[in-house]
Design a protein around this ligand. Structure first.
Ligand code: ADP
Ligand code: MG
Length: 271
C-alpha cells in the first residue's frame, strides 16, 4: 500500500434519518499516520458520519474508501469504538471477554483463541490500566472504566485505522491524559487515529488535523488551517458570537471554551 493513499476518503456523502438529511454532500480526504479530530457542535452529524463510514448506515448518496479500498476489503485493518451511550452495558460479559472479542475477527469465529490472542488481549488491558479489572463484569464498571475497556478491545484488533466516537466523554482528567498519550503513541507507530470530539479547546491541543462539521463540511485540514475565526464561526454560528474576543483568542491560539460555556451563555439569552 502506498503511504500517500489517504487513510480515509469520504465522497459526496449525504445521509438521512426518515428522509431528513443530517449530512449534506460531505467530501474530504484524510492522510495516514495522523491524529485527527472530527469536531462540531451537538447534533452536527459526527456520530452519523462515523456510522456511514463504518457501513452501519446506508447513505442516500456518496461513498467511502479506506486505504483506497472498500470497507469490506480492509475490515481487518479498521477498528471502531462507538459512542459509549449507544452500547448495552448490561450485556453479561467480563472485561477480559469484551477485549478478547477484539481478536475474533482476526481468527475464524469458530476457532478457539490462541495463546497469542490472550497475550494481546492482556497487553491491551494493561495499556489502558484496566488489567486488574479483567474478571469484573462490564456492567459493574464506571463510565470511564467502560470507555477504557472499549478502547482496549479496539487496540486488541491491531488495526491501522481507528475511529473512536467521543472517547473522552465521562472520563476523569487523569484518564483523558493517559488515553491521549496512548493515541499519540499509536500515531507514532504510523496508525491513523480519528476521534470524534466536541471540545474546542482541547481539539486544538490534541489533534494534527481537524474536520469541522455542521451538517455540511465546514473544513478539513491541518489544524492551523481549520482553526480560524471564520471557519469556527461557520461551524458554531451563534454559539460563538457570545465570544466577542474570538479573534484575540485565535491569535493566541487559546480557546478557553467548552461546549458547557456555550450552553451557559445561551441560557442567559446572549446566544
Ligand atoms: N436514530 C436517529 N433517528 C433520527 N434522527 C437521528 C438519529 N440519530 C441522530 N439523529 C439526528 O441526526 C442529527 C445528527 O446526530 P448525530 O450524528 O448524533 O450528531 P453528533 O454526533 O454530532 O452529536 C441530529 O439532529 C440528531 O437528532
Ligand atoms: Mg455523537
Amino acid at each position: 500500500m502506498e503511504i500517500n493513499t489517504p487513510a480515509l476518503e469520504v465522497h459526496n456523502l449525504t445521509a438521512s434519518y426518515n428522509r431528513k438529511p443530517v449530512l449534506w454532500d460531505i467530501d474530504f480526504q484524510l492522510p495516514q499516520g495522523q491524529l485527527i479530530g472530527i469536531v462540531g457542535p451537538n447534533g452536527s452529524g459526527k456520530t452519523t458520519l462515523l456510522k456511514n463510514i463504518m457501513g452501519l448506515m446506508e447513505p442516500d448518496s456518496g461513498y467511502v474508501n479506506m486505504f483506497g479500498q472498500k470497507l469490506d476489503d480492509v475490515r481487518e485493518r479498521v477498528s471502531y469504538v462507538p459512542q459509549r451511550e449507544s452500547v448495552d452495558w448490561d450485556f453479561p460479559a467480563s472485561v477480559l471477554e469484551v477485549v478478547q472479542m477484539g481478536r475474533y475477527r482476526k481468527n475464524n469465529l469458530f476457532k478457539r483463541l490462541t495463546a497469542r490472542d490472550h497475550e494481546i488481549a492482556t497487553q491491551s488491558l494493561e495499556k489502558v490500566n484496566m488489567l486488574e479489572y479483567a474478571r469484573r463484569q462490564i456492567s459493574q464498571l464506571s463510565g470511564g472504566q467502560q470507555q477504557r475497556v472499549f478502547i482496549a478491545r479496539s487496540l486488541a484488533q491491531q488495526a491501522d485505522l481507528y475511529l473512536m466516537d467521543e472517547p473522552f466523554v465521562g472520563v476523569d482528567a487523569a484518564t483523558e491524559e493517559s488515553i491521549l498519550k496512548l493515541l499519540t503513541e499509536m500515531r507514532q507507530e504510523g496508525k491513523t487515529v480519528i476521534i470524534v470530539h466536541h471540545d474546542l479547546q482541547t481539539a486544538y491541543e490534541y489533534f494534527d488535523w481537524i474536520v469541522l462539521l455542521n451538517t455540511r463540511l465546514v473544513a478539513a485540514g491541518p489544524k492551523d488551517d481549520v482553526f480560524t475565526s471564520n471557519l469556527l464561526q461557520e461551524a458554531y454560528g451563534g454559539r460563538l458570537t457570545v465570544l466577542s474576543r474570538i479573534g484575540d483568542l485565535i491569535a493566541k491560539k487559546d480557546f478557553p471554551l467548552r461546549e458547557s460555556d456555550f450552553k451557559e451563555k445561551e441560557g442567559q439569552g446572549d446566544g
